[in-house]
Design a binder for this molecule. Structure first.
Ligand SMILES: NC(=O)c1ccc[n+]([C@@H]2O[C@H](COP(=O)([O-])OP(=O)(O)OC[C@H]3O[C@@H](n4cnc5c(N)ncnc54)[C@H](O)[C@@H]3O)[C@@H](O)[C@H]2O)c1
Length: 371
């Protein structure tokens, strides 16, 4: 089976490769022997979750051992609830107990939860060990495994504590996606759609043409979608590694309303991706009113999201409640709420939207749900 290798070059960081393909998990150990920061590691710590470990931990471990690595493992309960300081602390203790030293490395085998948690403990234990990302959800392949954001949640909000830690290597085996539940698949599709809209006409039209194949998990299309998203994200992160220059903010497209929907509907009611897709629909309409986004674009995006299994949500809330939820978001700054608004495919700006304007559009959004 062919594999794709993408080299991520971020100024001030070691370059790293993202290997994508159906069989790449089997080659994980061999690939790691070629990475100077990891090749001589006296021990690797595999971190996974309770859903992924029974499916893929043995294969990952066998590949690492066959390449000569000594391997320890730790499995955390699956789900967002594991992304907290208490679980991080248990992992730090386990790292100390198995005798990890600064020349060891961590391997994250799982979705974005495991990736963020493992990246966080790796970047803090002994002031930083290398981390390898082995993403197992579509979302983590197309988004969270690349770019170096790590973190845990606090009761006050998601991802409030974290670090920037670029991985030394990313191994995206599309074969493991076969076991991913439907809801998680659609979740990843929303991030693919977000990337395509922000990136370019070329990506957007390719995705529109292949939406059905992506939903059907057709291998060549899945690999290409992952590769396109990785190239897009690596480019964004290379321009704005730590989200200080306003470029990386584009990755927040659809998330301003999306986060509010997730919170107000009750976490878990709608998947993150379903909420982001709703946020993209809303942002496009806001764009049409505020920055001249063409109606054709709004409709084309609607059609793409429909085709990806991300329909408009049968849910709304009072405009004031939604506004308050948006203002509580970590990414909101003091004052007006900031939105990534698409002007068209591949063209966007971040706009501060005054409360009264936003309330008017949120009322229209609520009205559209009742029509
Ligand atoms: N670091 C970043 O840049 C970044 C970007 C986006 C999202 N995130 C974070 O990512 C997290 C969400 O990631 P996610 O959507 O991957 O969720 P997740 O890690 O919770 O995985 C979703 C579910 O799928 C299961 N699973 C994973 N792989 C599987 C497989 N191959 N087969 C069967 N089941 C499998 C998991 O056990 C879990 O139950 C959030 O915490 C979010 O904050 C981080």
């Amino acid at each position: 089976m062919p594999t794709t290798k993408i080299v991520v070059a971020i100024p001030g960081e070691e370059t790293y490769s993202v290997r994508i393909g159906a069989d790449v998990l089997a080659g994980l150990g061999k690939y790691l022997t070629r990475i100077p920061a990891i090749a001589k590691a006296p021990r690797l710590l595999l971190i996974s979750d309770s859903n992924v470990a029974p499916l893929y931990l043995a294969d990952a471990k066998a590949s690492l051992k066959a390449a000569g690595f000594r391997v320890s493992e730790i499995v955390v309960p699956a789900g967002e609830d594991s992304k907290n300081v208490a679980v991080a602390s248990e992992i730090w203790e386990a790292m100390a107990a198995v005798g990890l030293t600064r020349d060891c490395a961590v391997v994250a085998l799982g979705g974005g939860v495991v990736g963020d948690l493992a990246g966080f403990v790796a970047s803090t234990f002994m002031r930083g060990l290398p981390v390898v990302q082995v993403p197992t959800t579509l979302l983590s392949m197309v988004d969270s495994s690349v770019g170096g954001k790590t973190g845990v949640n606090l009761s006050a909000g998601k991802n409030l504590v974290g670090t920037f830690k670029q991985p030394s290597y990313v191994c995206a085996s599309t074969a493991v996606l076969a076991s991913l539940p439907e809801r998680e698949w659609a979740c990843g599709c929303a991030e693919v759609a977000k990337s395509a809209v922000i990136d370019s006409d070329e990506f957007f039209f390719w995705l529109t043409e292949h939406a059905g194949d992506l939903v059907a998990r057709e291998e060549a299309v899945v690999s290409e979608a992952v590769a396109r998203c990785v190239v897009f994200k690596a480019d964004v992160v290379a321009k704005d590694k730590e989200e200080t220059l306003g470029v990386r903010e584009c990755l927040n497209y659809g998330h301003t309303l999306g986060h509010a929907v997730e919170k107000l509907a009750g976490y878990g009611t709608y998947s993150h991706g379903a909420a982001v897709a709703e946020g993209m629909r809303f942002a496009a309409r806001l764009g049409a009113a505020l920055v001249g986004t063409p109606v054709d674009f709004v409709l084309a995006q609607d059609e793409l999201l429909d085709a990806l299994g991300l329909p408009s949500l049968p849910w709304s809330a009072e405009p004031e409640e939604v506004l308050a939820a948006m203002k509580g978001d970590k990414k909101a700054r003091a004052g007006a709420v900031r939105f990534v608004l698409p002007h068209d495919v591949g063209k966007w700006t971040v706009e501060e939207v005054a409360d009264e304007v936003l309330l008017e559009h949120l009322a229209a959004w609520k009205g559209s749900k009742q029509a």
